[in-house]
Design a protein around this ligand. Structure first.
Ligand code: SF4
Length: 94
């Protein structure tokens, strides 16, 4: 998906977004995690090519802020959900 400025690369655990207008082409992403960020490939970002934590670390090293992410595998702790009930059980001392 793209609005002409920001391009989205969806993986199983994380969505990576890249704003081409903000990118200064410093290459920190490509050097830091070449399996995920590879400008010679289309698409140039493949989020599933590394653990989501490593992808997020690499995004954190982007000097321009062109890269951002959204986690897709966070536990939903909304009250009333099964995950929230499980979290309460784990946290209880009964
Ligand atoms: S690290 Fe950020 S600024 Fe550098 S090339 Fe990658 S997206 Fe662009």
């Amino acid at each position: 998906m793209s609005d002409g400025h920001t391009f989205e690369y969806r993986g199983t655990h994380v969505v990576v977004r890249w704003n081409k207008d903000v990118c200064i082409h410093a290459g920190a992403c490509v050097r830091g995690l070449p399996g995920v960020f590879d400008t010679a490939r289309k698409p140039w970002v493949v989020p599933d090519a590394a653990d989501p934590e490593r992808v997020i670390e690499a995004i954190g090293r982007c000097p321009s802020g062109a890269l951002s992410y959204e986690r897709l595998d966070e536990v939903d702790a909304t009250p009333g959900t099964l995950a929230a009930a499980a979290a309460r059980r784990l946290g209880s001392r009964d």
